[in-house]
Design a protein around this ligand. Structure first.
Ligand SMILES: [Zn+2]
Length: 116
């Protein structure tokens, strides 16, 4: 009887150790979910097929943890860097539009000058 108890305790320890490992992983995942706010992630998108999408890399993910793992990946980081440079180039687009409208009014002025 004593031996049976011992073996049961042994297997129980192994199981609890496994559970601890799973717990730790879940805790890490939850921690990542807390530190990285997916609501603030401009590239995170939940699609109608109950999966998650990275709008930046156009990749599909089964769950939030998978997406988070992807955001730490090289591919996403590379695209993120590319996206950052693209955004920097697109930034002066607004004053450029103003210039275009200004040029138009100048053209009208010139045309008017030629007409007279
Ligand atoms: Zn991505």
């Amino acid at each position: 009887m004593d031996r049976e108890w011992g073996s049961k305790l042994g297997s129980g320890d192994a199981a609890s150790a496994q559970n601890e490992a799973i717990d730790r992983r879940e805790r890490l995942c939850r921690l990542a979910l807390e530190t990285i706010d997916l609501a603030k992630d401009p590239y995170f998108m939940r699609n109608p097929f109950s999966s998650y999408e990275c709008k930046l890399c156009l990749t599909l993910h089964n769950n939030e943890g998978n997406y988070l793992a992807h955001t730490q990946g090289k591919w996403h980081q590379t695209n993120l860097a590319k996206g950052a440079t693209r955004e920097a180039k697109e930034a002066p687009a607004q004053p450029y539009k103003q210039k275009v409208t200004l040029r138009k009014s100048v053209k009208i002025g010139r045309a008017g000058g030629l007409m007279e």
